[in-house]
Design a protein around this ligand. Structure first.
Ligand SMILES: [Zn+2]
Length: 235
């Protein structure tokens, strides 16, 4: 039987590279948890400054615009708060500095669930290479959660230790749990549509693409629409 998660976390920290990543990767789940009473915090690590193929686009103006899009998308999902680490696109490196900042955030927010990207996914099908920011941040997030944040001897300057109970990894080639997003699929679409700098005019095409992907995962889960994750139980 597919494992469809019914537990509602109390506090969630979703750690993603680019401004639209949380909505595309896990928007239905974050919206479902927020609607059920979870306090959902989102950390965006890179600014989205390279989210344009127009050579004349001004990166700083794009960053400002995308911050507004993140705020609007967060309202659609019911996000309690955003954090921005301010790295440039393509420059996330799984180093001590990034891990330290993630550990500090985890110890400050004290989530029972951390959501992030599965760094082991490199190729999706025959046409897509997973962005290196997703991979670098995914590794940093895993290591920040376990063992670093829970052990006071790692990064003692980053606050008292905090143990995260469950790690969910999106964008995975090996999902082992699913969240039923049938009630929140429309919110996910609406949140993605807020990123107008990336998706342009939102028409039926985007709606269909999001619905199709959720329906594919739903088939694996035995529900209409789902998001699949690799889950790690750390308790
Ligand atoms: Zn991304």
């Amino acid at each position: 039987m597919p494992d469809v998660v019914a537990d509602i976390p109390e506090r969630v920290l979703a750690v993603y590279a680019h401004p639209d990543d949380p909505d595309v990767s896990a928007g239905g789940t974050l919206a479902a948890w927020a609607a059920a009473g979870a306090a959902v915090y989102v950390c965006i690590c890179a600014d989205g400054d390279k989210g344009s193929t127009d050579p004349s686009a001004d990166p700083d103006r794009l960053v400002t615009r995308r911050r507004g899009e993140v705020a609007a998308a967060g309202r659609e999902l019911g996000v309690a708060g955003h954090h921005f680490l301010g790295y440039r696109d393509g420059e996330l490196v799984d180093d001590r500095q990034l891990r330290s900042r993630l550990v500090e955030l985890i110890r400050t927010i004290q989530p029972d669930v951390v959501m992030g990207a599965d760094p082991t996914a490199v190729f999706f099908g025959q046409h897509y290479v997973n962005h290196r920011d997703h991979r670098a941040l995914g590794w940093a997030t895993i290591d920040a959660v376990s063992p670093a944040a829970s052990n006071p001897h790692y990064f003692p300057e980053a606050g008292p230790a905090h143990r995260v109970a469950v790690l969910y990894l999106s964008g995975t080639l090996e999902p082992d749990v699913w969240v039923d997003i049938t009630p929140t699929l429309d919110r996910k679409v609406a949140a993605i549509a807020c990123h107008a700098s990336q998706v342009g005019e939102v028409g039926e095409f985007l709606r269909q693409a999001v619905r199709q992907r959720a329906a594919d995962a739903g088939r694996q889960a035995g529900v209409a629409y789902a998001e699949g994750f690799r889950r790690v139980l750390l308790d």
